[in-house]
Design a protein around this ligand. Sequence first.
Ligand SMILES: [Zn+2]
Length: 156
Amino acid sequence: MRPIDKIVLHTSYTPEGREHDVDDIDAWHKANGWSGVGYHFVVKIDGTVQVGRPLDKIGAHTKGKNQGSIGVCYIGGMNAQDRKPKDTRTEAQKKALIDLCEGLSLTFGGLTVYGHNEFSTKSCPCFDVKAEFRDVKDPKFTMPLMHEDRVSRKPQ
Ligand SMILES: [Zn+2]
């Protein structure tokens, strides 16, 4: 396995409520002339986590930061009316993103979670990743914050 120290979160920048999946993104990225989906994981609107590029392969998602990172993309990120950037994450996607980041962080021994917009002028992923995912007291060893008040868990 290649060395990994961070996760970079992205959005597909597709209209709110329109479902897409890893196969769509694979096709779009191939149309760009890439070898296929550039993200390692895709989180659908219903919270389903799909596997994209294998983790041992370097992704194609964040210029200058693909080495050493895992790319995760949630479907949405665009207001359907005016097509402007918008945090469209559903509760299921919020939970799935936290669970996924926590699982990867445990597996790799502490990963820092960033938003694409921390490395680029793009608005992607259209929410403040730092505020939701980073412990300001110890940003180097970061686990996604798992407090109940951050994730509304509906009773089963
Ligand atoms: Zn992005």
